[in-house]
Write a protein that binds this ligand. Sequence first.
Ligand code: HEM
Length: 227
Amino acid sequence: MVVISRVFRSSIGRKTTMALTGAALVLFLFAHLSGNLLLFAGQDAMNAYGVTLRQFPILLWVARIGLIVVFVTHVVIGTLLTIENRRARPERYHNQKSIQSTPASRSMMITGLLLLAYLVYHLLHFTLGETHSQYFNLTDAQGRHDIYSMVVLSFQQWPISVAYIIAMGLLAFHLSHGIPSLFQSIGWNGPRFMPLLSKLGLAIAVLLLLGYISIPVAVLSGIIGLP
Ligand code: HEM
């Protein structure tokens, strides 16, 4: 407990925590995307994946709780750092910045909060079935939770698809600054590294963006449809 409170009280500790939790969330995004892309393989592959995830409920809950702890830590520390930076006089940091101030860097807090709102909606939609519940309680011919039809029927409604596409755009914008800044926080901030890391951040953000939006786009254009 004492160690945790010391880490959170030091500025370097907070930045390192942001970097590590950010990296864990990016890894989650890749894992989640690879599962979601099974939609392109059809109903059986997608629903079988859902069953596999639930075969080890203890592991699933450990992963979920880990994800919640990482996410909440990222949001709380990110908010504290933003408040701290706003309170600090600008000239204090003037010469220390190795990542240039960009629209993405200046809007990290607002894109982060919008992503939080998106995530609440997303969990109510696909995990809890509270919004659009008409698509949630479906089962396939083998009696499995029909994740495939739930996603397809949802994204066939263009307002839902548009909301997801906008959220994915915000996510990419957030990551385009978050990823290079993550490396900076762990000390990779030399003048030779930064331009390269900024490009890497942008490339990862664009890759995730294209991967995630390919799903609503494929449903809207009829490439993925009901079985
Ligand atoms: C096209 C985009 C996306 C699709 C089709 C999608 C699909 C899904 C589905 C079907 C579930 C429920 C899984 C299940 O109950 O077995 C789910 C859960 C979840 N999604 Fe997404 N997702 C998308 C984007 C995202 C993004 C961008 C994030 C993060 C910012 C995200 C975070 C989560 C989380 C945290 C869960 C809960 C995991 C759990 O229940 O264990 N998703 N998603």
